[in-house]
Design a protein around this ligand. Sequence first.
Ligand code: DQA
Length: 149
Amino acid sequence: MTPRILVLNGPNLNLLGAREPTQYGHETLADLACLCANSARELGLELEFRQTNHEGELLDWIHAARGRCHGIVINPAAWTHTSVAIRDALVAAELPVIEVHLSNVHKREPFRHVSFVSSIATGVICGLGSQGYAMALGYFSRTLQEQAA
Ligand code: DQA
């Protein structure tokens, strides 16, 4: 069985590369998708990589992952700090979740220090740029293979 991991990206991340490069770097969303696809291939994972600016769409994707995927890597972007609905959907999905942020949110404005997701996540990676996504995939690959053995 090849573990299937869903990588979800929230609002404004479609503008990566152009948007606040001092915070988020010069890599585009397409670059990030490519990095995740390469990591998943090397790690033996099946990958679904998505981004949306519509909260309801993100909720639908999380619901659809229940019973179909083995883990979720999510950068909820600004919804991290606002959305009880995303937190509740992640709990309802009953899947391990890794929360990822490109920037170190704890070095930034106080409103970014609050996350509705962190307390229900297996782990949180922030401040390591796109490498954080690859690390999250590496974690899932190792732990899911251990569980299967
Ligand atoms: C972000 C951090 C959030 O505070 C911000 O709203 C984002 C991106 C990050 O990846 O660093 O859009 O999630």
